[in-house]
Write a new protein. Structure first.
Length: 259
């Protein structure tokens, strides 16, 4: 889809009859799509949503567990696929927004946490009941959720197996805004429009620098990317347009993107 001439991708988790449970094929598809998004220089934002309105995602498809996740050797491959999908989603260089309606549980909660921003309806619920299943969290999943809510709150979710409501998720920082069911699409669209109307290089740099702030200081590749964005911003046309618009008291009109 396009917003004000800018390209925006919408990823729909499409198994509403199973509350959008994520089977192994879905984890592979998430990683594949994220890899494509990372190479698309015309892309300005990504929205991830669940189909059906009752769930963002109820998590990993437990029906697959007997064949794909029981036994350490078999589980290793499955868990690596989940980690790859979450890491790939987090690494998309443009904003990734989770639009949460209903359940975001287990892997669904982890996928939402891997996104940059989470918008939720008042009826949404979040949790990671791993101890009720007897599975363990990998480091990738743990880091994604812990960055959002902190170690103690994550431990509470894991120890208790509880599902928290949207208001509690907002208080913990797991979601950034809670809206009525009928308003979530409009609020998501407004955020996407704000992103699209902003300077592309500034938006990409904003994501990169905030991610880098909590990363390993020795992550030289990320530092190099941030430096490239810095040079592009200060040598490119967007800053000149932004200053001119401010001086002339008008909205800035930034370039629509690059091919």
């Amino acid at each position: 889809m396009e917003v004000d001439g800018r390209r925006v991708a919408v990823v729909s988790l499409g198994r509403p009859e199973r509350h959008n449970a994520l089977d192994l094929a879905a984890w592979h598809e998430i990683a594949r799509l994220a890899g494509e998004f990372a190479q698309d220089r015309a892309l300005r934002a990504v929205v991830v949503r669940g189909c059906g309105g009752r769930a963002f995602s109820a998590g990993a498809d437990i029906a697959e567990f007997p064949s794909r996740r029981i036994g350490a050797g078999v589980a290793d491959g499955y868990n690596e696929s989940v980690a790859r999908a979450l890491a790939s989603a987090a690494a998309v260089p443009v904003p990734v927004i989770a639009m949460v309606q209903g359940l975001a549980v287990g892997g669904g909660c982890e996928l939402a946490a891997a996104c940059d921003v989470r918008l939720a309806t008042v009826g949404s619920r979040f949790g990671i009941p791993a101890t009720r299943l007897g599975v363990t969290l990998g480091l990738t999943e743990t880091r994604a959720v812990s960055r959002a809510i902190g170690a103690a709150n994550l431990k509470y979710l894991l120890f208790s197996g509880a599902l928290i409501d949207a208001r509690q998720a907002l208080a913990w920082g797991l979601v950034q805004q809670v809206v009525e069911e009928e308003g979530v699409v409009e609020v998501t669209a407004a955020l996407v429009q704000s992103i699209c109307l902003g300077s592309e290089v500034s938006v990409r740099a904003a994501k990169q620098v905030t991610d880098l702030a909590g990363a390993d200081p020795s992550a030289t590749e990320q530092h190099e990317l941030l430096r490239a964005l810095h040079e592009e911003a200060y040598d490119g046309p967007d800053l000149r347009e932004g200053v001119a618009a401010f001086t002339e008291r008008r909205p800035p009109v930034f370039r629509a993107g690059r091919s």
